[in-house]
Design a protein around this ligand. Structure first.
Ligand code: PMP
Length: 297
């Protein structure tokens, strides 16, 4: 996939520059040690035709918190970065897009802290997904990183080696995606998404502690409050998940996506009749600022 072309513009440390001409330092702790933090954000063309970044403040606040959790200097203002992001979208003529801010370190091959950090904001086209294709998910042989070894609540680049290993393993075995457990064997999350299951009209999702507490996860919980759907945040095992009526992943890129099966066990509920499907629709309405069920082109 082509993420950029000759005229693509990125925001780089206060300036708008061509992606094809931008340079970076090859002696950075970010490249060598995975010492960087990032965000994954989406913008949508709304029902009225405007371009709107979904939960922009929440994402840039998390970026700052991630940087602080890793002792990376962070002096940017959230509103200033949101403004720069809208300008990136506008300069690249994007409405439905995926936005990738990265905060990275200067040249430094030691493990010592730095006096400054750098930032880049890139964006590329990504349409509303909300796929009807249901996922076949397997339990990964990889566990999520031990929270005593990492700042697990931070969206740190280095953590994603774990995600890549898990996702590649699942795909090599013919599945669509992996589900990772935590260091104690309880269900944690997917490589890039949080998990919910449905049982007897209730939703259950793992609590904070061993997961990246996603912004989409928080949105799902908000939607459940509005729709009067009970949600429990608690630990559970893969065995309990196999007994569920239905399950779904949620994340900025994945949005809300249902599961067909877990470790080859097919869920009994038809996706069309699940709470997940209702939430998927409500999520779409939120991101596109549509009145319930209104079609958006
Ligand atoms: N868990 C992991 C490991 C992720 O990478 C993501 C994607 N950022 C999520 C959960 C979902 O987070 P969000 O809803 O904020 O995108």
């Amino acid at each position: 996939m082509a993420y950029y072309h000759n005229n693509t513009i990125i925001y780089l440390n206060g300036a708008f520059v061509k992606a094809a001409e931008a340079t970076t330092d090859y002696y950075s702790q970010s490249l060598h040690y995975g010492y960087a933090v990032f965000e994954g954000i989406r913008s949508y063309r709304t029902a009225t035709g405007e371009t709107k970044i979904f939960k922009a403040t929440e994402h840039y606040d998390r970026l700052r918190n991630s940087a602080r959790a890793l002792n990376m200097p962070y002096s940017w203002d959230t509103d200033e970065l949101i403004k720069a992001t809208y300008e990136v979208l506008q300069r690249n003529n994007l409405q439905n897009a995926y936005i990738r801010p990265v905060v990275y370190a200067p040249a430094n091959m030691s493990f010592n802290p730095n006096n400054e950090s750098y930032i880049l904001i890139a964006a590329w086209e990504m349409g509303l997904f909300l796929g009807e294709k249901l996922l076949r998910v397997m339990t990964s042989s990889f566990q999520r990183p031990n929270p005593k070894g990492f700042r697990i609540e931070a969206k740190a680049s280095g953590h994603y080696v774990n995600s890549i290993l898990a996702s590649q393993e699942a795909k090599a075995k013919g599945f669509d995606e992996a589900l990772l457990t935590d260091m104690n064997g309880y269900v944690a999350e997917g490589p890039g998404a949080n998990v919910f299951f449905e049982k007897n009209g209730k939703l259950v999702t793992p609590p904070a502690g061993n997961i990246l507490p996603g912004i989409t996860r928080a949105t799902v919980i908000e939607i459940c409050e509005v729709l009067n759907i009970p949600v429990e945040q608690r630990l559970f095992t893969t065995d309990e998940l196999k007994q569920a009526d239905a399950a779904f992943f949620c994340g900025t890129a994945a949005e809300v996506i249902g599961w067909q099966s877990f470790d080859e066990v097919t869920f009994p509920a038809k996706w069309e009749n699940t709470i997940g499907r209702k939430i998927q629709q409500a999520y779409k309405d939120r991101v596109t600022e549509a009145i319930k069920g209104e079609l958006v082109d």
